[in-house]
Structures are given as structure tokens and as C-alpha cells.
Design a protein around this ligand. Structure first.
Ligand SMILES: Cc1ncc(COP(=O)(O)O)c(C=O)c1O
Length: 385
């Protein structure tokens, strides 16, 4: 036992030496938040908090049981209807987290034999889902490279014609902020008879005229994107996730998706808060509009200050630095100036691409963005001389 503990100690030391050891810090609300995913500032919106409070006094604090036993309340039912309306799909199914939704949907569609073809930069939960569901069938294409995805589908259909095929992508990439080439991927999936699974965790609420995400933005229906995953813990300001699609797909997930069946239901008050957030997408569209204004403002001010950005039009605006050490240093310097910006390092991102992941929100004002960028420009300049 002692030898095992020593091995762990050595492994932790190695992480420290490589500047990859992760640290938690308790949230300091005095800091200006430029790293959470509360893109529309809804987490503290009075309507979400009131909806949650009302539901908690009716249903209690917990989920009590799984959906198929007796955890499925009217709050979940109504939320699923609202999600189906938002996404223009026949039905939606609420999962307890986005991680579980991804594991559950890929397992349920993979059967005994599948090839799961994924963008190399997909979220870890999708990659893990592929590893679990199809340990020998996971294939990762170069980021946003439709030709590379096509070559892998071609190989799959030639070598394993009986296997089910899944083509899986983030809608908005969580660490780069760019959009997947969804119309082209939808075309490809159709051509090769593959399930297209789109995880739109960062697009739901922020993109599309009504906040329906990437599919609304590109006008893609359930025939083109049959499996749409979204989460509540980001723009919707609460917690949990969903899958939306045709009735047959949702019924299949309900019958077979292990991460749906064998877990406690999302607490009803979380479902209530989420439904309030969906209503706000219509009732208070200015949160989304302000976010878009902030994104444009951030990008133009950064350009004026000579700060290099990636090609992202979303709320996720990374500053690519390369080294872990430099990224940690700059994150700490920003913290001294009262800004909270996450230092993202491998294995979350590929080696040599450590970065500051700045996220924008409708809570920010131009003055906040100016203040952050001025400090950042000074630090980057000092760092480079
Ligand atoms: C693209 C993407 N998918 C899924 C998840 C997981 O969602 P959840 O936090 O609800 O588990 C995240 C982040 O958390 C994400 O960025």
C-alpha cells in the first residue's frame, strides 16, 4: 500500500514539474469573472432563482429516484416540451449532465459494433463516450476537416460495412470557440448513412435567432442533424443536459441509454430554473444581443491593442500562448489585477497549445472588457521583451 501511495506522490510531483498540476480555488466573487460559461448572465437571474425556490418548496431538494422509477416530475415533462420547441425537434430527453448525455447517446446508438468518427478537438466526454462504446472503433479526424472525416467514413464502410456509423462533433468547440462545419458534415453523414451527433453545449442559448444554437444558425433540421445534445450549465445558467431528436430516437434512448436509466433524476427545481431560462430567451432577448455586442467589442479592441486572437466568433475567445508555465504566470498576473481567467493546459488541449480561455458574458460592460485587455496587453508586451 505504501509503495502505491509513493507512486502516486511521484506522479503528482511530475505533474507539478511539468506545470500541469491543477489547482482549485474557491470562487472569489470580488474578481471579475472572465472564465465561467454563464454566457447570458442567467445563473443569478431572479426568474431562475424564483422558479427554483418555488419548485423546491413543492418537490423538495432532491431528485429522489430515477426517471423510470418515480423521479420524472411535471417539471421535467414541461422542460422536455420546451426544449423540443426551442430546437424544432419532435422530442427531447433530460439527462443529469452533459457528460452523461454524451456517454448515454453514443452507447445507445453504437450497439455491439460501431465506428465512432470524431473531431480531434471534441470535448472529453465525447471522446470518452467513443472509447467506452467502441474501444476498437474510435477514429479521430483532423479538426474541422471534412475531407479527413470523409476518408474515415469511406474506410469504415469498406472495412466494416455491418458496423453502425456515428459522426460526432462539438457545435462550438469548447476550448477554441470556433464552429464545426455542420452543413458539410450533415451532407457527409447522409451520404455515408451515419448518425450525426452534435454536442451544442456552447451554442444553445447563444446562437441562432431564438437561441436554438448551431442548428438554428445553420437552419439544420432533425433530418440533417438527427442527434442534438445541449447542456443547461452554460448559457442557460443552471445544470443538466438534454438530447433532442425524432420521437423514435428519444424513445430508444429512454429504453436503452444506461446513463439515463441508472441514475437519479435531475432535481426538479433545477428543471424549473432551466425552463425559466428558456422563457427568458424569448422574453429578454437583450442578454443574447449584449453578448454578441461584447464579442465584437472584445475582438476589435484586442486587435487595436495588438493581441492575437483565434478565429472565433463565439463567447469563447482563447489567447494561445503555447507553454504551460507562461499560461499559468499570465493567469496569476491577471488574478492580481482582480480578473479571473482560466489557464488551460494539456491534456485538456493538445500539447504546445496552452492558452488563456477568456469567456465573455452579457454581464460584462465595455469598461470591463477594456480593463481586462489593457492589463493583458501590458503583460503580453512585457512578457515578449
Ligand atoms: C462541449 C461540451 N460538452 C459537454 C460538456 C459536459 O457538460 P456537463 O458539464 O453538463 O457535464 C461540456 C462542459 O462541461 C462541454 O464543453
Amino acid at each position: 500500500m505504501r509503495r502505491k501511495a509513493e507512486a502516486l506522490h511521484d506522479a503528482l510531483e511530475a505533474l507539478e514539474t511539468d506545470h500541469r498540476r491543477r489547482q482549485r480555488s474557491v470562487v472569489d466573487y470580488a474578481l471579475q469573472d472572465f472564465c465561467s460559461n454563464d454566457y447570458l448572465g442567467l445563473a443569478h437571474h431572479p426568474r431562475l432563482m424564483e422558479a427554483a425556490t418555488r419548485a423546491i418548496s413543492r418537490y423538495g431538494a432532491g431528485g429522489r429516484a430515477s426517471h423510470l422509477i418515480n423521479g420524472h416530475t411535471e417539471e421535467h415533462e414541461q422542460l422536455e416540451y420546451a426544449l423540443a420547441r426551442l430546437t424544432g425537434r419532435e422530442r427531447a430527453l433530460v439527462f443529469s449532465t452533459g457528460y452523461m448525455a454524451n456517454l448515454g447517446v453514443i452507447q445507445a446508438l453504437s450497439g455491439h459494433h460501431a465506428v465512432v468518427i470524431q473531431d480531434r478537438l471534441n470535448h472529453a466526454s465525447l471522446i470518452d463516450a467513443g472509447r467506452l462504446a467502441a474501444p476498437r472503433g474510435l477514429s479521430r479526424y483532423a479538426h474541422a476537416d471534412v475531407a479527413n472525416a470523409k476518408a474515415r467514413l469511406e474506410k469504415a464502410i469498406t472495412q466494416q460495412p455491418q458496423a453502425s456509423r456515428l459522426l460526432v462533433t462539438d457545435g462550438v468547440f469548447s476550448m477554441d470557440g470556433d464552429l464545426a462545419p455542420l452543413p458539410e458534415l450533415a451532407q457527409l453523414a447522409k451520404e455515408y448513412e451515419a448518425w450525426l451527433v452534435v454536442d451544442d453545449a456552447h451554442g444553445i442559448g447563444t446562437l441562432g435567432q431564438h437561441g436554438g444554437g448551431c442548428c438554428e444558425l445553420f437552419n439544420l433540421d432533425s433530418d440533417q442533424v438527427p442527434v442534438l445534445v445541449g447542456t443547461f450549465g452554460k448559457a442557460l445558467g443552471s445544470f443538466g443536459a438534454f438530447v433532442a431528436g425524432d420521437s423514435a430516437l428519444i424513445e430508444w434512448l429512454l429504453q436503452t441509454s444506461r446513463t439515463y436509466i441508472y441514475t437519479t433524476a435531475l432535481p426538479p427545481h433545477v428543471a424549473a430554473a432551466t425552463r425559466a431560462a428558456l422563457e427568458l430567451l424569448t422574453d429578454e432577448p437583450w442578454h443574447k444581443e449584449k453578448l454578441q455586442t461584447n464579442i465584437q467589442y472584445f475582438r476589435s479592441r484586442a486587435q487595436q491593442l495588438g493581441i492575437e486572437l483565434l478565429d472565433s466568433q463565439s463567447a469563447i475567445q482563447p489567447i494561445l500562448l503555447g507553454s504551460e508555465q507562461r499560461t499559468l504566470y499570465l493567469s496569476a498576473r491577471l488574478r492580481e489585477h482582480r480578473f479571473s481567467v482560466a489557464a488551460i493546459r494539456p491534456p485538456t488541449v493538445p500539447k504546445g497549445t496552452s492558452r488563456l480561455r477568456i469567456t465573455l458574458s452579457s454581464r460584462h460592460n465595455p469598461a470591463d472588457i477594456d480593463a481586462l485587455l489593457r492589463v493583458l496587453a501590458d503583460e503580453l508586451h512585457r512578457d515578449s521583451v
